[in-house]
Design a protein around this ligand. Structure first.
Ligand code: F6R
Length: 270
């Protein structure tokens, strides 16, 4: 039988933290707890600015002997079409630099789509099949694009899409230009897990920080489920935790309610 607490929980667990550091600690704790509970978890990993903090936290936990990736498998969400894994701006390079080279992850079980595969469509289908063959994602980590994308599922992506090639929007290319020497170098296409692929994960943890994400966070959580805001599809998932800082939570209409259901630990203990 359900406990009274679980009866009153919203479908999405919304955790609002005072600072990015506290939010990052919360997300890293969720990942470490999952790995400690199930060392051979299949992780779904993301890249981007938000994730850098999470990976730095996980590296510190690993160095302190508090988490191991030795038995885990990982599948990254996406990769730019045309970039070899050795390219400085590829997501494989990002993952090595920000996480893999600093923890005990087995490189043979750390998967990303191959951006420079001879046929990107074949590669996308192969990647989707590899995820399914691994039993699908256990814990999927997500960031949130300013336009509501998750992975590179840009607005109007099918909510049941599988891994495939997507054309990046101008807004995404502009947001990611900071990682490239010349904005013109940002690839126009990416291979990305689909929204359907993501929704098959057992558990999803999405992080969003900063005032510039406040509107899209509100659309994701409180707006209609619509392809115009791909992250809103997470409303259909049975186990999603959304980890926010104050600024990213500032446009939520039901914010008081979320804080009532899940009081902040830093508040509860003060
Ligand atoms: C990248 C990815 C993207 C980012 C999103 C947020 O692998 O999946 O969806 O998570 O664009 O990026 P940041 O954290 O840089 O704002």
């Amino acid at each position: 039988m359900s406990s009274p607490g679980s009866l009153s929980e919203p479908a999405m667990k919304i955790l609002i933290h005072q600072t990015r550091a506290l939010a990052t600690d919360c997300a890293a704790s969720l990942i470490a707890a999952r790995l400690n509970r199930q060392p051979d978890t299949v992780l779904g990993l993301a890249t981007g600015g938000t994730m850098e903090m999470v990976y730095a936290d996980l590296i510190a936990r690993h160095r302190a002997g508090k988490v191991s990736f030795a038995q885990a498998t990982s599948f990254n969400l996406d990769e730019y079409v045309g970039l070899a894994g050795t390219h400085r701006c590829s997501y494989r390079h990002y993952m090595r630099e920000k996480l893999f080279d600093h923890v005990d992850m087995d490189p043979a079980r750390a998967f990303l789509p191959q951006g420079d595969a001879p046929d990107a469509e074949v590669e996308a289908a192969r990647y989707e099949a590899a995820i399914a063959a691994a039993g699908d994602i256990g814990l999927q980590l997500l960031g949130l694009g300013l336009n509501g994308h998750i992975g590179f599922n840009e607005p109007t992506s099918s909510l049941s899409s599988l891994t495939r090639i997507k054309t990046l929007t101008r807004s995404t290319r502009e947001a990611n230009a900071r990682f490239f020497d010349d904005p013109k170098d940002v690839p126009r296409l990416a291979i990305t897990m689909g929204i359907g692929t993501i929704l098959r994960a057992q558990e999803v943890v999405l992080l969003a920080y900063g005032a510039e994400k406040a509107d899209v966070v509100a659309r994701m959580i409180e707006g209609p489920v619509a392809a115009a805001c791909p992250a809103s599809a997470l409303q259909m998932h049975r186990k999603v935790t959304i980890v926010l800082d104050e600024a990213a939570a500032s446009a939520l209409e039901l914010r008081d309610y979320y804080e009532q259901v899940h009081p902040r630990v830093e508040n509860a203990s003060s």
